[in-house]
Design a protein around this ligand. Structure first.
Ligand SMILES: Cc1ncc(C[n+]2csc(CCOP(=O)(O)OP(=O)(O)O)c2C)c(N)n1
Ligand code: SF4
Length: 534
């Protein structure tokens, strides 16, 4: 159940075998239990003795902003195991001093909003993909503690491949697998871990192995792989087992902290709501029904053994060399040193029909950005039909590392057609720029707070010998209007990329024509000068 501070805790009505001591004045805080050294057993930790600490881990946000009037309360149902697991993870991160280094990958499932609670780095990913995303994050930020948090639908159904391969590669991440044996979020469909005979909305007569197969034992399955370092199954069935879960969670995080490889903790957890049980019954059911099928055990503990997957660093060569994109000697000065970037970052959206060179224009811009020493990202978006379907791409140019390649509010919209102009204009940030491929704007079009420039790029390109060069005309206009990148860099990129000499000649002219048009003839609906631009 959720207490007044909003974190799910064990129902106080349950006869707890713990001694509750109020250690702080904050009566509204959450109770947690810690093992105590018992002098009567040779100072070893006695797992049956507990100390209660009444405080909420600082790893949680003080306020859960998503909840309008209930800012201390999680969205979990009373008696849900997710709240308990969150608490155990938060306390372990706190004790290990890892809060500032942690990146928490939330799944799709009831725990989709974990990022509203954990005051750490957060990423929410598509259903089942958490171990793949966590792999990418850990590999690019090896010093971070990366947690993949998943339910049984997420990990053992749609995400079976991701978890198996992450474990098999021995990724140095930690996976917390909350196995409640049912799909909670979507209203009680059968999960791969649903028990034989258990009814669900998709197994209304009870799970039958002949029809739905047997429950998947993920911990045991992963323990057949060579790479994982630590695999344990624990349960939230009673306080003793919650203490074991607490230690397993902490150990899994320590393993990652120490760079010792892949750690995985499966946690048998209650879902009272879907099972139609009260919180006490749901907790007892874990011991009575789940543990006999999913025995608690340490299936792998190679903490003191050498890593199964040895580090082998590839030969160190610059990526640009490997990709063969090193600028040619004598190519145009890339202006890295001479071009002053009068912005912290610029977000650009380029949109049009497939075939108008929309995606290519984005790629050329990021190539230019790289050559000017900027951080860059390019994110394409298009339908199954590449040609003549709608396509757009997101481009970020930044002096700092880019958090997300997604551009929701572009500073600059390059609209290659009217459809894109109308579709994306309202997203443009106040004070931003729209560069529109057209002799004039549609009569009924207006974009308050935005500077709109129209340029007949397709006509200009046509006259130069190839309509296809309209995107380069637009590039010239973009560079002239915003001065975000140097025209010299554009030329050097075109010279490297365009292999056919006649096309290169047209592109050179198109670039110049775009720039000249802005200087001399552009129809500009000036509203205000965008921040940071000249
Ligand atoms: C690609 C995709 N397929 C299906 C869904 C629907 N869906 C959302 S959550 C979920 C399963 C949730 O169960 P589980 O992972 O066990 O987490 P729980 O809610 O029980 O914590 C499903 C099938 C989705 N969001 N995305
Ligand atoms: S439906 Fe089940 S898993 Fe989801 S929040 Fe409620 S109790 Fe927890």
């Amino acid at each position: 159940m959720a207490n007044e501070r909003g974190v799910s805790v064990v129902d106080p009505e349950v006869k707890l075998d713990v001694k509750l001591e109020v250690k702080s004045e904050d009566k509204s805080a959450v109770n947690i239990v810690k093992p105590q050294a018992n002098p009567e057993v040779n100072n070893e930790v006695n797992n049956d003795a507990y100390e209660s600490i009444h405080s909420k881990s600082p790893v949680f946000f003080d306020l859960y902003e998503r909840k309008s009037e209930l800012k201390h309360q999680t969205h979990y149902c009373p008696g849900c195991g997710h709240g308990v697991v969150h608490k155990l993870i938060a306390e372990a991160l706190e004790e290990l001093g890892l809060q500032d280094k942690t990146i928490f990958v939330s799944p799709v499932g009831c725990s989709v909003f974990a990022y509203y609670y954990f005051d750490v780095g957060n990423v929410q990913v598509a259903h089942g993909r958490a171990p793949a995303s966590a792999t990418g994050i850990k590999r690019s930020c090896p010093d971070k503690i990366v947690i993949s948090y998943q339910g049984d639908g997420d990990l053992a159904a749609i995400g079976t491949a991701e978890i198996v391969h992450a474990a098999n590669r021995g990724e140095k991440i930690t996976v917390f697998f909350v196995n409640n044996g049912i799909y909670g979020m979507t209203g009680g469909q059968m999960a791969p871990t649903t028990l034989v005979g258990q009814k669900s909305t998709t197994s209304p007569w009870g799970r039958r192995p002949s029809n739905e197969g047997f429950p998947l034992h993920m911990a045991e399955m992963l323990a057949t792989l060579e790479a994982p370092t630590y695999i344990e199954r624990v349960a939230l069935s009673d306080n003793k087992n919650i203490m074991k879960a607490r230690r397993a969670i902490r150990k899994a995080l320590e393993i990652q902290r120490d760079g010792k490889g892949f750690s995985f903790v499966e946690i048998l957890s209650p879902c009272p709501t879907i099972l139609g049980l009260d919180p006490v019954e749901a907790r007892s059911r874990i011991g009575e029904k789940m543990i006999p099928v999913f025995p608690l055990n340490v299936f792998r503990d190679h903490v003191h053994e050498p890593l199964a997957v040895k580090e082998s660093n590839p030969p160190q060569r610059p990526v640009a060399d490997v990709l063969g994109i090193t600028p040619k000697a004598g190519a145009h000065d890339t202006s890295k040193r001479t071009h002053a970037h009068r912005f912290k970052d610029v977000k650009i959206k380029i949109a049009g029909f497939g075939g108008q060179g929309v995606l290519l224009l984005g790629q050329l811009l990021i190539e230019m950005g790289m050559r000017e020493g900027l951080e860059v990202s390019w994110l394409p978006s298009y339908g199954p039909e590449m040609r003549s379907g709608s396509a757009h791409c997101h481009v970020c140019l930044s002096k700092e590392r880019i958090g997300s390649p997604l551009v929701s509010h572009p500073d600059v919209l390059v609209a290659m057609n009217e459809y894109s102009l109308r579709k994306f204009a309202r997203e443009v940030a106040s004070g931003g720029v729209i560069i529109y491929n057209g002799a004039s704007l549609p009569a009924d079009f207006s974009a308050p707070d935005v500077q709109v420039v129209s340029i007949p790029a397709a006509e200009i390109a046509d006259k130069l010998g190839s309509t296809k060069a309209a995107n380069i005309v637009m590039m010239g206009a973009l560079l002239e209007e915003t001065e975000c990148l140097a025209p010299g860099t554009a030329l050097s990129v075109l010279e490297d990329k365009v292999k056919k000499l006649d096309l290169l000649e047209i592109d050179r002219k198109a670039l110049t024509a775009g720039r000249l048009f802005i200087d001399e003839q552009a129809h500009i609906g000036a509203v205000s000068q965008p921040d940071g631009f000249a």
